[in-house]
Design a protein around this ligand. Structure first.
Ligand SMILES: NC(=O)c1ccc[n+]([C@@H]2O[C@H](COP(=O)([O-])OP(=O)(O)OC[C@H]3O[C@@H](n4cnc5c(N)ncnc54)[C@H](OP(=O)(O)O)[C@@H]3O)[C@@H](O)[C@H]2O)c1
Length: 272
């Protein structure tokens, strides 16, 4: 789909952000928040109809285009994204690697192919999306890669073995990129966002039912995470936790890793 002229060329005004997982939940909210602040968007996910509906809504505020992709097919990402950007003369200023999914259940009920899909969508897809756009950002000395990680990366919770591992890898690669390309020298920022419990279709996967009973009362709206993620564009930071007070677990972990582990394990066990 073509992007209106205003978002083309390297001096694009408005600036362009790519948002993966934009068809629902936090990605959708991030795209809405970006458009509200005048950013053009390129929306990526599998469900074309939802992306199209969102893009038409966003166009009331700023240009928007869609690219339907299954991010599990990681081998195709770099060529597909670079091809689409080049064909439409689009130059991204920001990349939100937000697409992802989870599974809740004991390790022995998490087959290897589930671990592989979690790894592909939650980690490798973000790596490949970054590979697709980072060289251009470094060349222009302007850009920001913002990865949606998870509070589960702090201290591994019950039932999240594959999921938390994939998100912990995402945190680690973000830290590595930030170390390799300090923003002062490169002009490119790297951030990761750790949402806590967010009320989205993520929890509609049947495996999450026993956990949802426990955590529903703590769930926050996706708009809250979206605002925090988009705020990073104006005030870059390596890490942001939403809600911010979940960072208390870092302090507890620093003093007593065993206590942090006990708290997180107890809070994440299924309710009967
Ligand atoms: N909800 C929470 O409490 C929570 C907490 C911490 C972190 N997170 C993370 O936050 C991110 C957003 O999740 P959400 O809570 O907003 O859930 P969501 O509403 O289910 O959104 C997930 C998004 O990822 C996309 N996606 C999933 N698999 C994909 C694939 N193979 N290819 C392309 N796109 C794919 C989905 O689009 P399609 O289905 O259209 O492809 C959808 O747009 C995820 O990375 C999740 O792990 C969520």
């Amino acid at each position: 789909m073509a992007m209106p002229e205003a978002a083309r060329s390297s001096d694009s005004v408005p600036p362009l952000a790519i948002v993966t997982g934009a068809s629902s939940g936090m990605g959708r909210s991030i795209a809405l928040e970006l458009a509200r602040r005048g950013w053009a968007t390129l929306l990526i996910a599998r469900r074309t109809a939802l992306l199209e509906a969102l893009a038409s809504e966003l166009r009331a505020s700023a240009p928007s285009a869609i690219l339907t992709m299954d991010l599990c097919e990681t081998g195709a990402i770099v060529d597909t994204v670079r091809g689409f950007l080049a064909a439409n003369g689009l130059v991204p200023r920001a990349l939100f690697n937000n697409a992802g999914f989870g599974f809740y259940g004991p390790f022995l009920e998490q087959p290897t192919d589930l671990h592989e899909r979690l790894w592909r969508v939650n980690y490798l897809a973000a790596v490949e999306m970054t590979r697709a756009v980072l060289p251009g950002m470094l060349e222009r000395r302007k850009g920001h890669v913002i990865n949606t990680a998870s509070m589960s990366t702090k201290v591994g919770p019950w039932g999240h073995a594959g999921y938390a591992a994939s998100k912990a890898a995402l945190v680690s690669v973000t830290q590595g990129l930030a170390a390799e390309h300090p923003a002062r020298a490169s002009g490119v920022h790297f951030s990761f966002v750790n949402p806590g419990i967010v009320r989205t279709s993520y929890f509609e996967a049947s495996s999450f039912a026993p956990l949802w009973k426990r955590v529903a009362k703590r769930a926050i709206a996706p708009e809250r995470v979206a605002r925090a993620a988009v705020n990073l564009l104006e005030r870059p930071r390596l890490q942001v936790c939403v809600p911010w007070y979940y960072r208390a677990i870092d302090a507890i972990d620093a003093v007593s890793p065993a206590l942090a582990h006990r708290i997180v394990a107890a809070e994440s066990r299924p309710l009967p």
